[in-house]
Write a protein that binds this ligand. Structure first.
Ligand SMILES: Cc1cc2nc3c(=O)[nH]c(=O)nc-3n(C[C@H](O)[C@H](O)[C@H](O)COP(=O)(O)O)c2cc1C
Length: 260
């Protein structure tokens, strides 16, 4: 394709074209795949991981041991989180700051977060929904990572809404909070084009892991949930078309198996 010669392409025009391109990209996942289903499809069982049967086997040494490694070993998603365990304001702050907050600076004074991020673009957003806390008002919030604050989007009891929009939550799950993770891949795509979308997915996994590890450290039960009504959640959060719903982590009960 050749560019028409008489159209001046200054940076505003380029920005506009660029935005138009990204707004018209197909959704990250087809709508049909996002429909909530009550059961998981059964596929023929496949090997859990790859093996090279004809290759020589080289045994690995015993692993090192430390408090951190022991926490890592304890990370598990709750299966039975029926015991009420309200979340405190310190715990919520710790979960957010140590999963995606600005917790340090480079020597040049640039803010950095607990996850690696392609080009330090940080394309994700975190939305805590607080259900059961003695010192944080119930409601839906946005985590402002730059300021380290919460922005209240709506106050109120969201427990019933969580029960209907999250496929696998039942009345017996003692949910204290949920953190919804979204991505504005444009922030990374400005530097990496379409790879920005891949990077947003990669970063979401790192944030999920941090949320679960910090929850383990604090003695809070956690479980990632993608079984949800995407449309209902997008609507409730009033997400624009260029902000994707990536995942969520539900906090309920105490750390499975207790802490060592
Ligand atoms: C992206 C993602 C989505 C998940 N979605 C759900 C879900 O919708 N419902 C659920 O009960 N568990 C969900 N899980 C939890 C997994 O079932 C769980 O991590 C897996 O069984 C391994 O167990 P572990 O986390 O205790 O090691 C999800 C996990 C991930 C990483």
């Amino acid at each position: 394709m050749t560019m028409p010669e008489n159209i001046p392409l200054d940076s505003d025009d380029l920005d506009y074209l660029y935005e138009l391109y990204h707004k018209n990209l197909a959704p990250l996942v087809a709508e049909s795949a996002l429909e909530p289903t009550a059961s998981t499809p059964h596929h023929a069982s496949e090997p859990v991981s790859k093996t090279y049967q004809r290759a020589e086997t080289v045994p690995l040494a015993e692993t090192a041991e430390s408090t951190f490694l022991s926490r890592l070993r304890q990370r598990a998603s709750y299966t039975d989180a029926t015991e009420r365990r309200p979340i405190t304001d310190t715990e919520l702050a710790t979960l957010l700051a140590y999963s995606y907050g600005e917790i340090r600076e480079t020597e040049g004074g640039e803010p950095r977060r607990p996850v690696a991020s392609g080009g330090a673009c940080y394309p994700l957003e975190l939305y805590p929904v607080v259900v059961d806390s003695l010192d944080v008002e119930a409601g839906m919030y946005h985590f402002n990572a730059q300021d380290g604050t919460l922005e209240r989007l709506a106050a109120g009891d969201y427990s019933e809404w969580l029960g209907t929009s999250w496929t696998w939550l039942t009345d017996t799950d003692a949910v204290s909070a949920v953190v919804v993770i979204t991505a504005a891949p444009e922030r990374a795509a400005a530097k990496y084009d379409e790879l920005g979308y891949l990077f947003a997915g990669i970063e979401t996994g790192a944030v999920i892991q941090n949320l679960q590890l910090v929850a383990t450290e604090l003695g809070i039960g956690s479980r990632p949930h993608n079984g949800l009504d995407y449309r209902a959640v997008r609507r409730k959060l009033r997400l624009r078309s260029d902000e994707y719903l990536m995942s969520s982590v539900v906090f309920a009960g105490s750390t499975p198996g207790g802490r060592e």
